[in-house]
Design a protein around this ligand. Structure first.
Ligand SMILES: Cc1ncc(COP(=O)(O)O)c(C=O)c1O
Length: 352
């Protein structure tokens, strides 16, 4: 069913149908990167600074959590049970959101399998403890195994009489995706003010963020391509899953746009050696952005997404004068947890 494109104001009005618990600073800046653009010699590169959302060092989960925390409060929860890898930005942001909303949180962090990574008390894990999360580090692998363990912990708390808001991907992922309708509305409005309309929007995602951006693209009738650069290969059809997240997100706000896998462009060529592992192209992107713009990317998500953008620019996909936007989804606390691997690959500079 095709419908006329919405204005950003109309899109915001749809999002306003859902309860929202404000956690961030908006709009996040949309910054032109002149020195990065010059170094790559291609299109104008802009960065949407969602690493600057303001809550406990920022990131995409600040936006996501505004709808999840509102849902938890509406349902009368007093405890969240949440989980992912030990250096999860999601868990750090969700724990901080709980602190802000006066909720308790139990984090179940998976060390095993592809989530393997530094679990010394550094980076995100340090901040989990600091904002008052109850942390368990377990052997289950991120994905269905860890989800099953989180469900068990959730049921145990419920049996003890706690009012738990648990991680249910069918509820949480579409709610989180709704928040990225607002991010795209900001990009469109800021682009108009700055005199450009992006040819492409890149983001790190294999789930809600990319689904929300793709949904916004369709709702607003944008010409911009949306590229989700996956940080992980899930053991299921990610493109179909993201289309379903986008469709359900639309329904939550009264927009039945018939999202299908054809609406989702998700790529897996930037994961490198694996989820939670450093990649050479990601490290090159981190160093390049730090040294041209003083902007810090993270090693697992935004660095790998920028590596995807850089490889497309080098492949000649864009003309000079066109504009591309990277949504910086945050994750910078992980830089400190991965310091040893990063230092080994950095190119020291000396004054001569
Ligand atoms: C920094 C960062 N960027 C991007 C993502 C991807 O988010 P999603 O796949 O939920 O859209 C995550 C997920 O944890 C993240 O921490």
């Amino acid at each position: 069913m095709s419908r006329p494109p919405l204005s950003t104001a109309q899109l915001r009005a749809h999002v306003d149908r859902l309860p929202r618990y404000l956690l961030g600073h908006y709009p996040t800046p949309l910054e032109f990167c002149p020195r990065l653009t010059a170094q790559l010699g291609g299109p104008k590169i802009y960065i949407k600074r969602d690493d600057c959302t303001g809550l406990a060092l920022g990131g995409n989960k600040t936006r996501h959590n505004e709808f999840l925390i509102a849902d938890a409060l509406r349902k009368g929860a007093d405890l969240l049970v949440w989980g992912a890898g030990v250096q999860s930005n999601n868990c750090r942001q969700t724990a901080a959101a709980c602190a802000r909303a006066g909720l308790q949180i139990h984090l179940v962090l998976g060390r095993g399998g592809p989530a393997q990574g530094p679990d010394k008390i550094q980076g995100n894990l340090l901040l989990d403890y600091l904002v008052g999360a109850h942390v368990d580090i377990v052997e289950e692998t991120i994905g269905p195994d860890l989800d099953a363990r989180i469900t068990l912990e959730t049921e145990a708390h419920r049996a003890r009489g706690r009012r738990v808001y648990g991680w249910d991907k069918h509820i949480c992922k579409p709610l989180a995706a709704v928040s990225y309708l607002l991010c795209v509305a900001e990009i469109v409005e800021q682009g108009t003010t700055q005199g450009f309309s992006p040819r492409a929007i890149y983001t790190s995602s294999a789930g809600s963020t990319g689904a929300g951006v793709a949904l916004a693209r369709k709702a607003l009738g944008l010409d911009s391509a949306v590229h989700s650069v996956a940080p992980i290969q899930w053991p299921y059809d990610t493109q179909a899953d993201m289309a379903e997240i986008a469709q359900q997100a639309g329904l939550l706000v009264g927009l039945d746009l018939g999202m299908t896998p054809a609406d989702i462009d998700v790529r897996f060529d930037c994961i490198g050696p694996g989820y939670g592992k450093l990649s050479d192209a990601g490290l090159e992107a981190i160093e390049m952005l730090a040294r041209t713009e003083g902007i810090l990317l993270d090693p697992m998500y935004s660095g790998k997404a920028m590596a995807g953008l850089i490889s497309d620019v080098r492949a000649g996909r864009y003309r000079a004068g066109e504009s591309v936007v990277l949504i910086h989804t945050g994750g910078t606390p992980a830089l400190f947890a991965y310091a040893e691997g990063i230092v080994g690959k950095m190119h020291p500079r000396r004054l001569v």
